[in-house]
Design a protein around this ligand. Structure first.
Ligand SMILES: Cc1cc2nc3c(=O)[nH]c(=O)nc-3n(C[C@H](O)[C@H](O)[C@H](O)COP(=O)(O)OP(=O)(O)OC[C@H]3O[C@@H](n4cnc5c(N)ncnc54)[C@H](O)[C@@H]3O)c2cc1C
Length: 297
């Protein structure tokens, strides 16, 4: 374990005392604080997807707590009238404990979400050890409910096949680069190759997929998607851009003003360490930002 991993372990005192460091990326620890953030995003013409932070639960009781938190969140969204849907990690719903129970919990959330204006439930994608299991649970639930869709990670070598399958199913996909440390035989490691793979999958989804979400802050990919959709007459309401809360907020608003659908991923909850760690390790600018907030506090 590195020093950073030790500091960010769920039982570390760092987590409880140093939430202020994560605040740029995680607007709050309660659903009310997350909904406040969504209210501001909606006012700026952006939609959202709310994620109750947590992952890798090893006890079915913790998975039940996650399930219950999602049901409470869906009720709170309906009452608020805000424009947001939800994203969920299957390892937080017990995928590592019991795949059948996880599928049952997910189906319950998807059924409950069906009564909302934005009824879609996004399944976040985690490390490659659970890619197949995540997609298997997705397909089981999708067979009965169409308001659910997976994330596919462009850095994985398997992803073109998964993109083809999603297109065949008519499933809504969020395409991202991928945020987990993966072995070389499983995932590309260099950015030019990942960008090329992202662009190829994005093009396939834009041409034949069902309302794909292009999730990136990378100007080269955003510009390529804008050029590709203009060239192929793909209207702005056939796809959306997605970005993370606290990352490039000006770009999010610029795209919305230019007439694109933009959805912001808003994570909340007390289990922010794993998410925060991935944001720190993917860009050194994020580390500088956090160090600055320590000095200027
Ligand atoms: C909505 C959303 C959902 C996601 N869901 C998942 C998921 O389920 N599973 C998963 O594994 N990963 C997920 N990710 C994370 C994703 O896989 C990447 O790790 C993350 O988005 C970083 O890659 P990037 O393409 O955004 O840009 P990066 O690779 O971080 O940066 C590439 C380029 O983008 C530009 N750029 C980026 N940030 C800035 C900035 N702050 N200011 C100026 N320029 C900038 C720069 O030109 C930079 O060189 C998600 C990402 C998003 C946006």
């Amino acid at each position: 374990m590195t020093v950073m991993e030790r500091l960010l372990a769920p039982d570390s005192p760092f987590q409880t005392r140093f939430y202020f460091l994560a605040k740029r990326f995680v607007p709050g620890e309660t659903v009310e604080s997350a909904l406040d953030a969504v209210r501001k995003l909606n006012a700026d013409g952006l939609t959202a997807t709310l994620d109750f932070l947590g992952e890798d639960v090893t006890d079915i009781r913790e998975a039940e707590q996650t399930r219950d938190a999602y049901h409470a969140m869906l009720d709170a969204i309906r009452q608020s009238g805000l424009r947001t849907n939800v994203s969920v990690k299957l390892t937080a719903l017990g995928l590592l404990v019991d795949e059948n129970v996880c599928a049952e919990f997910l189906a319950g959330i998807v059924e409950h979400a069906a009564s909302l204006d934005d009824s879609f439930v996004r399944i976040d994608m985690e490390g490659s050890a659970v890619t197949s299991a995540t997609l298997a649970v997705f397909e089981r639930v999708y067979a009965r409910h169409k308001n659910v869709g997976p994330v596919l990670q462009a850095y994985l070598r398997r992803t073109p096949t998964d993109v083809e399958r999603a297109i065949e199913l008519g499933a809504r996909v969020r395409l991202c680069k991928g945020a987990y440390r993966e072995p070389e035989d499983v995932a590309f490691a260099d950015m030019p190759t990942i960008r090329k793979a992202f662009a190829r999958s994005a093009e396939a989804l834009l041409l034949a997929g069902n309302y794909p979400a292009i999730a990136t802050h990378d100007d080269r990919l955003i510009d390529a998607v804008r050029a590709f959709t203009a060239e192929h007459g793909i209207a702005n309401d056939r796809f959306e851009f997605q970005m993370l809360y606290g990352v490039r907020p000006d770009k999010q608003r610029e795209l919305a003003r230019a007439g694109y659908n933009v959805r912001v991923y808003v994570p909340f909850g007390t289990h922010w360490a794993g998410y925060f760690y991935r944001r720190l390790t993917e860009r050194k600018e994020n580390v500088y930002f956090v160090l600055r907030s320590l000095i200027t506090r």
